[in-house]
Design a protein around this ligand. Structure first.
Ligand code: AMP
Length: 395
């Protein structure tokens, strides 16, 4: 593996796997440009070093070729931020594209059409990966969002660049931040997990229990724990088949000396709606017909105190249904607590689509140490899994 900071790019064609999977409006304008913006430092570095730059990405989940998922919609914005005219290849492979890549000059940028217009991309097809590889002299993976996928452009392609493969700046930043938290955390280390369900997070809980001093649980997954311990949860979200897993996690925490904090109270509602009637009750006493949709004030106080005393904080998943105003207070308060602890010197990593959306909503993205851009990839990293996109570069 090579280093983007020292590699001699001059006169080379560099192919970069970026994550340009941005949300588009009906008129194909870009609703949120942050994924493109995040990739600019890597692209700029390559241009500064006089490489010819080829960009490849997926966009959405097309079934075959679908015009609305064309990456050509990104050209105006990309050209604007880079301050040059970005060229476009109507297919990511094939003769015409090969010709365009061959003629690409140092300082020019060529964007390839959506990789997922070819089913071979997701299948990790070797022949397809070879065709992409043949377009360039050096491969850079800067798509953390798809690092947990063994697709042609994210992992398989790397084998065709045994001496000329490396991470871009997004990947370097994500890996550094996750390593710092998972393997070099200053103590006390507190993880905060929220979101709707335990399923999909049980592995994360298990892996984190070996590392943290405190584990705070909020969000919908709370109620599986509470029910398993005999509390009344009314009509709150629950995964009955995971109750045993929840009890197992409680036991494991006790064995390892990890403090496990569950909410002690909840904001409950008589329906899943913004205009529901609400009240705050003890977490174990939710009446039938009511559901817990946010953590209550007492929980906020307790959680904030734990966060305030932490040196390392990892936060994934909202504390309640923060998309609806009456149930957003818990998530907002936890964001404030994480920001305040960061201000005092703690290192904080926040990730997962919804926690990041919450930080954005409250304009707090720059008040935490690092915001992870890859939801699924971050969760798999937190599970302790090896990610194909990372391994392929390191091998
Ligand atoms: P996840 O994708 O698992 O991180 O879940 C995020 C979603 O969990 C958000 O859309 C929240 O609205 C939802 N959520 C958080 N707390 C609750 C709750 N108590 N009941 C139902 N949904 C919740």
């Amino acid at each position: 593996m090579k280093d983007i900071n020292t590699y001699p790019f001059e006169g080379k064609r560099a192919i970069v796997r970026v994550d340009f999977n941005v949300p588009l409006n009906d008129d194909f304008s870009i609703r949120d440009t942050s994924r493109i913006d995040a990739a600019i430092p890597t692209i700029r570095k390559l241009l500064d070093e006089k490489a010819a730059v080829i960009l490849m990405s997926h966009l959405g989940r097309p079934k075959g070729t679908e015009e609305r998922f064309s990456l050509k919609h990104l050209i105006p914005y990309l050209s604007k931020v880079l301050g040059l005219e970005v060229l476009f290849a109507k297919d990511c492979v094939g003769e015409e594209t090969t010709e365009m890549a061959k003629n690409l000059k140092s300082g020019q940028v060529l964007l390839l059409e959506n990789l997922r217009f070819h089913p071979e991309e997701k299948k990790g097809d070797e022949n397809f990966a070879r065709q992409l590889a043949n377009l360039a002299d050096v491969y850079i993976n800067d798509a953390f969002g798809t690092a947990h996928r063994a697709h042609a452009s994210t992992a398989v392609i790397a084998k065709f660049f045994p001496e000329d493969k490396m991470f871009g700046y997004i990947m370097l930043g994500e890996i550094e931040s996750l390593e710092k938290v998972l393997h070099n955390a200053h103590k006390p280390f507190t993880a905060i997990l929220g979101g709707a369900k335990i399923s999909g997070k049980i592995e994360v809980i298990n892996n984190l229990l070996d590392k943290v001093d405190n584990l705070i649980i909020g969000g919908g997954m709370t109620f599986t724990f509470i029910k398993a311990m005999g509390g009344a949860i009314g009509d709150s979200l629950v995964e009955d088949d995971l109750q045993e897993m929840a009890l197992e996690a409680i036991r494991k925490a006790k064995d390892l000396g990890v403090q496990l904090y569950l909410p002690v109270d909840a904001v409950i509602a008589d329906k899943f709606a913004e205009d529901a009637q609400t009240k705050i009750v003890n977490i174990n006493d939710i009446p039938g017909g009511w559901m817990g949709l946010d953590i209550g004030e007492e929980s906020v106080r307790k959680f904030s105190e734990v966060i305030s005393n932490s040196q390392t904080i990892l936060w994934n998943g909202p504390m309640g249904v923060f998309e609806m105003e009456p149930f957003a207070q818990g998530t907002k308060a936890i964001a404030d607590a994480v920001a305040a602890a960061t201000q005092k010197g703690a290192y904080s990593l926040v990730g997962g689509g919804d926690s990041v959306a919450a930080l954005e909503k409250y304009d707090m993205k720059d008040k935490v140490s690092y915001v992870s851009t890859g939801g699924g990839a971050m969760l798999e990293y937190m599970e302790g899994k090896k990610l194909p996109g990372i391994e392929a570069i390191r091998e």
